[in-house]
Design a protein around this ligand. Structure first.
Ligand SMILES: Cc1ncc(COP(=O)(O)O)c(C=O)c1O
Length: 386
């Protein structure tokens, strides 16, 4: 049979309790609930951190955008796909993050690939990646021609050593990029942003942060890691706290010009829907002014942590993401199933998304949750794990 690895690999995935399946969901009128197969669950697996999905003003902006520009950009940006909505959104993001330039991509995955491909043009480039960086950063880095080194998660000491050992080797040159996530997707903790920025400066390296899980949530106006230090290059998806779709990369004029001219992911891809860009502007406006959304995440997260029994291994964080480490894949699945029976939707995260023996429940606490939801969640988790 042709491509017979397909069956073998799937069977192996099942045997390892790593089999994945699509489930069709619909969001209830309140954002804290989802409906699956006609049953309603409290949803603690969503990335709608600020509870902005289905917001009346954003929905209205999307409709206005459709009326003004249509549903589709109808071309790649360099042909005729770059509309006023895109330009206005880029300007808003530059102002928000205090960055000279910004470029839009159809997804965060594509933006990460684009950046690493562009900067990893040849062997003279060196990438230093946190080991817990997102799959798209790892793929982008390894598919490029750059030399890639990975440092243990948030281990500044090891990164410092790696940078100084490459300094002594003749081939390093000036093309060094330190890359990390701003808030890590699977355990919610933050990168040591100040230290990374300082290290980049002293080593004449650039700092690249993927702020997919920081944007909107971290900073007094939701600016993410740029509220902590000046980040050379920032990427963030619109598909999480911003509650629309697509992504941006913010950088200096030179890199912007280079990407527009050489990034295959940018040049050969249809520009994001201008109507979606229009809606994204409204979302960013709300993110900057509605501080209560960030405050609510902090308040509910503290309550959650206080209510858990000592047997529950919670990774403490300042973000929306709270990991409960279970370890074994089968146990993680069992706990997740038990919670579903009690009306709580919490996906078990297993290898290869996380390291072997670190399977977990990834709880996301969002601005649309309330005290009652959190109390119920903690009660169910305490029972399931005890
Ligand atoms: C850290 C991180 N980077 C990038 C992405 C990809 O972004 P997008 O969903 O827009 O492709 C994700 C997840 O979706 C992510 O968690």
């Amino acid at each position: 049979m042709s491509f017979d690895f397909i069956r073998t690999d799937i069977d192996e995935q099942k045997a390892k309790s790593r089999y994945r399946q699509l489930v069709c969901t619909s969001t209830a009128s309140q954002g804290n609930e989802i409906i699956i197969n006609g049953k309603s669950y409290l949803n603690f697996s969503s990335n709608d951190y600020l509870g902005l999905n289905n917001h009346a003003q954003i929905n209205k902006a999307l409709q206005d955008g459709v009326d003004k520009f249509g549903t589709c950009s109808s071309s790649s940006s360099l042909v005729t796909g770059y509309h006023y909505a895109h330009q206005a959104l880029e300007d808003d993001i530059c102002q928000w993050l205090n960055k000279p330039k910004c470029l839009l991509f159809s997804s965060g995955f594509a933006a990460n690939l684009a950046l690493f491909h562009a900067l990893g043009k040849n062997e003279q480039s060196h990438f230093y990646l946190d080991k817990l960086s997102h799959a798209s950063m790892i793929d982008g880095a390894y598919q490029s021609k750059a030399k890639v080194k990975r440092f243990n998660h948030n281990n500044i000491e090891q990164l410092t050593k790696l940078l100084s050992s490459s300094e002594q080797s003749a081939d390093t040159g000036n093309n060094k990029l330190i890359a990390s996530e701003g808030v890590f997707s699977m355990d919610g903790c933050q990168a040591k942003v100040m230290e990374l920025a300082q290290l980049a400066k002293t080593n004449s390296a650039w700092l690249y942060l993927d702020d997919a899980h920081s944007i909107g949530v971290i900073g007094n106006k939701g600016q993410g890691s740029n509220s902590i230090a000046n980040i050379d290059i920032t990427m963030a998806t619109f598909g999480k706290a911003i509650a629309t779709s697509g992504a941006f990369l913010a950088c200096d004029e030179n890199l912007h010009e280079y990407l527009v001219n050489f990034s295959r992911h940018y040049i050969y891809s249809t520009a994001i829907s201008p109507a979606m860009a229009w809606a994204t502007r409204k979302s960013i406006e709300l993110i900057q002014s509605e501080h209560w959304r960030r405050e609510k995440i902090v308040e509910l997260s503290e309550l959650f942590s206080d209510l858990l029994t000592p047997e529950v291994e919670l990774v403490g964080t300042q973000s929306s993401i709270h990991a409960i480490i279970i370890g074994d894949e089968k146990k993680a699945l069992r706990v997740s199933e038990q919670l579903k029976k009690q009306g709580v939707w919490l996906t078990a995260i297993r290898p290869p998304t996380v390291a072997v023996n670190s399977s977990r429940l990834r709880v996301t606490i969002c601005a649309h949750h309330n005290t009652k939801d959190i109390k119920y969640l903690a009660e169910c988790i305490n029972k399931a794990i005890a």
